[in-house]
Ligand binder design. Structure first.
Ligand SMILES: [Zn+2]
Length: 118
C-alpha cells in the first residue's frame, strides 16, 4: 500500500473515531445510570489515549458495541503509526484493498476471516 492510500484510510478512521466518540458520549449522557453519567466527565477530561482504559473499567453492557468499534478504530490508527497498517493480525499477509475500503479497521485477511467464521 502506498503512503497516499494509507493517509486516506487514516483520515477515514479519524473521522469515524471522532463521530463515534461523540455518539458514545451523548449515549452516556442520556443514560439513567448515575455512574455512567459521571464517566462522561472523566472521559471528557481524559486524553484520547486514556479513553479506552477508562471506559473499559466502567462500561455497562449496552454500550459495548460502540466501545468495541472504538477499540477497532484505535487499533487501526495505532497500526498506521507503527507502519503495520493493512496487514493481517493472524498471518501477517497484506489485507486486500476491497476489504479495507469497505472497512479500514479490518484486522484480518479474507482467508483468516473465513477460517474464523467456519
Ligand atoms: Zn490472514
Amino acid at each position: 500500500m502506498n503512503e497516499n492510500q494509507t493517509l486516506i484510510f487514516k483520515r477515514k478512521l479519524e473521522l469515524e473515531l471522532d463521530s463515534l466518540r461523540n455518539a458514545f458520549l451523548s449515549e452516556l449522557k442520556r443514560s439513567n445510570n448515575v455512574f455512567m453519567a459521571s464517566l462522561v466527565d472523566r472521559l471528557e477530561a481524559a486524553s484520547p489515549t486514556e479513553w479506552l482504559d477508562l471506559a473499559a473499567d466502567s462500561i455497562s453492557p449496552e454500550h459495548l458495541p460502540r466501545y468495541h468499534r472504538l477499540v477497532e478504530l484505535e487499533a487501526a490508527l495505532c497500526q498506521i503509526d507503527i507502519g503495520q497498517f493493512g496487514f493481517c493480525c493472524d498471518c501477517e499477509q497484506e489485507i486486500d484493498l476491497d476489504s479495507l475500503q469497505h472497512d479500514p479497521a479490518t484486522q484480518r485477511c479474507i482467508s483468516c476471516r473465513t477460517k474464523k467464521a467456519s
